[in-house]
Write a protein that binds this ligand. Sequence first.
Ligand code: ACO
Length: 429
Amino acid sequence: MSKKAIISLDGQNFDLPIIEGSVGPDVIDISKLYAQSGKFTLDPGFTSTASCQSSITYIDGDKGECYYRGYPMDVLAEKSSFLEIVHLLWTGSLPTKAEWYEYSEAIKTHTMVHEQMKTFFNGFRRGSHPMAILTSVVAALSAFYPDSIDVNDLEQRQISARRMIAKVPTLAAMAYKYSIGQPFIYPDNNLDYCENFMQMTFGVPTEKYKVNKVFSKALDKIFILHADHEQNASTSTVRLAASSGVNPFASISAGFTSLWGPLHGGANEAALNMLKEIGDVKNIPEYVKRAKDKNDPFKLMGFGHRVYKNYDPRAKVMQKTCHDVLEELGRKDDKILQVAIELEKIALQDDYFVEKKLYPNIDFYSGITLSAMGFPATMFTPLFAVARTAGWIAHWKEMYLDPQNRIGRPRQLYIGEKPRQFLELKDRD
Ligand code: ACO
């Protein structure tokens, strides 16, 4: 017998079907509740609401586990490469050797952007934040590649998705180069995905850029860790924007916009700034005290997560990657790293953090790592966005293939004025 929940309203019972997922909590299907009862449900911040069905990523927040298409994310980070993960998220399967060759060649050979995009960059003020530029130029891809914006055409969907995976790193590197006044560096198809991104970011035309393999491998891992995270704010934004049928480039640029916020993708920048502000291990107790004070807006950045009520599995891999990078640089005694290690230790033993189940999240160590690799803080969120483009396109595709897909249109509890009489200006004293 199929399971159901019963809701009782004003003496009347309404049966609500319970739908089982393959793993994780079941859901109560309330989609017919309004039609049957005239009542909405209220859930600000979607803490108890599943907005869709998905088979891409599964998070067990209590255990601190994350799976992409059923594979443990930490194993993938250790043993595979970012482009394999993009393929996995998009198709549902890890690529065979032949598929891998076809896919990586296709991505490699589409990394250049329309030459006229350079002119578009020139419209921005020098010194603009790279995310300010990216939110616009990603949307502008729809102006430069109008041949792949028909969302109802399967082939065009595939082409636009590949274009984004191939070109977003080029745009991110261009946004950075523009912001610091250096010439754009063209992609180099002899390099792999992350090596190429590093040479476009750090290279200059006057000398050959030498890729540090420890760093490019670390970046690849960082991209894998950030590739998807089910229905987070930016992914939900992409889905909601796309539900109107808007073109893929515009939908993904909405994801960039949402990701930019300090409570989401901007947290790595905020976490590094916080660690620098703390500056010394001896100052930690004062900041921990502030984080616990309800009257102080200060929060421990890189701590806490809506879903993880245990150690964020991405943070564990990130912590190790951070150590690898600092070891490569001969900076095992880095002062900021020492502050981070000690802060983590103190917070994990503090009753406030223990009771609220606040653990380090992925952003806690990512800022230190990226900074040590030479990326300025303004590039942290663009890097996150490059990686998350993989998840966004996968969710975007899944949404189109879902027969239940409709335009997203949340309802509200209206608490404003009741209907009232309009008075013309001449009658208002
Ligand atoms: N420092 C101090 N207290 C915290 C922190 C923190 N980092 N995070 C949560 N809390 C407290 C809250 O004040 C709240 O306390 P209360 O119950 O006494 O009111 C309680 O813990 C629950 O926190 P909420 O803010 O309600 O949790 P929510 O799920 O809404 O927010 C979030 C999650 C936004 C990640 C929050 O923990 C936070 O702001 N963390 C710092 C920013 C950060 O690191 N963001 C990155 C998230 S990961 C990512 O986007 C890739």
